[in-house]
Design a protein around this ligand. Sequence first.
Ligand code: SAH
Length: 502
Amino acid sequence: MEKNQILELQIEDLGTEGEGIGKADGYTVFIPGALPGEKVRALLVKAKKNYGYGKLLEILEPSSDRTEPLCPAAARCGGCQLQHMRYEGQLRYKQKKVQDCMERIGGFRDVVVQPVLGMEEPFHYRNKAQFPVGKGKDGIEMGFYAKHSHRIVKQDHCLLQHPVNQQILQILHDFMVEFQISAYEEETHRGLVRHVLTRVGTFTGEIMVCIIINGKKLPHQEVLVERLQQIEGMASIQLNINREQTNVILGKKNILLWGKPAICDTVDGILFEISPHSFYQVNPQQMQVLYRKALEAADLKGEETVLDLYCGIGTISLYLAQKAKRVFGVEIVPEAVENAKTNAAANGFTNAEFAAGAAEDVIPKLYTQGKISHADVVVVDPPRKGCDQILLETIVKLAPEKLVYVSCDPATLARDASYLRENGYQLESVQPVDMFPMTAHVETVVLLSKLNTKQHIEVELNLDELDLTDAEKKATYQEIKDYVLEHSGLKVSSLYIAQVKQ
Ligand code: SAH
């Protein structure tokens, strides 16, 4: 295959970024915008030896999942990957994505992934936006980055964002024009205003605006503050200083210009304060669905010691503290830990404590020092890269009865769950939740429970040598599992293909 070749392809699947995966004579082509079941014509824009990337030219046979994107910028903007797919289709895709990861990466053969819990109104769900500010042909531009680039796509009416952002961007734009405030230029590292970060407390209506600048101060800032203050719900206006040549949006220092240093939101009746640097789930409605599932999985009776690792501002921790004896949260961002402590106190929790540091440092250290020797329930909610090996090893030593894994990346979830399975844990349930409609991302809550080693047996089989289809293999595993259960009374923790040497 060569670049610029035009191909006709049958789309078979969706990739991890929501792109269509097509095959032409055994050659794999990734085509953003194409859907499974479709026949398309595509231009090969990048050709590697075994795979390539295509640009969608024409849909010859559309999928029944295809729909017209509501946002005119959907195809260019890097924010949404799946607006061209009906929402039901998106949910099915995400369920399959989790299933595939658990099977292929995790080696789980008999896993049941529940249908994804989706939203009734899958738009305008985000409570946080980070708009890059730059200089374009027509002057100052604010919007979102285009796919795989730092070109700004102007965004006035983003369908995922809170409508108040339009007002904030307009005020900032007019202010910059009026006072000739420069926009940041990445190539030269010159210009002042880099980004604007906005946050809305969905259930309190409180709004935060944080202007990120490549400088020490913003000239005429009092005028901007005066104008932004007029917006109903405005609660915090801040500057953030970022003078580094970096892709990281926020610098270390915040300067409060007006209002409070953190805004508040409530989740199921618990009040949380959120600073600009703190992580807070971007979809508060689905956050409640997610946390309820995590709490349900933990199935607390009131006597448990619980660890909440990667705890952010202590949202899950305090959810669990309602039902547990004691909760200990660990989080790497110090500002978030401060929020967590304030949140515990403000809501009257005396059974929740927090420590700042990397979970993979703090927990092994406390274990070695003998300060923690056991936990009844461990909850982890790591970023996409998943948990460090040393943390997983320590969790196994702490021997919790239940481990609730909240994950934003099914691939690393499957990898970590597989390690836990090999170390005495059994997969009990897999529940994806759609936190990010219109994007290819999916959040999953998994419950693993500790096996009583006396009752458990691992069965290793090598069915690879036999000429069986995947479905036949699955059926064979199930039969053997049922047989072992019936005849030995033992619990089979895992059935997977092993490369058994003859
Ligand atoms: N459970 C929280 C936060 C989840 S997001 C909630 O639902 O709101 C993941 C969190 O892990 C972020 O707050 C991030 O700052 C934190 N984090 C990232 N790496 C970490 C590490 N190595 N150790 C501890 N926390 C970490």
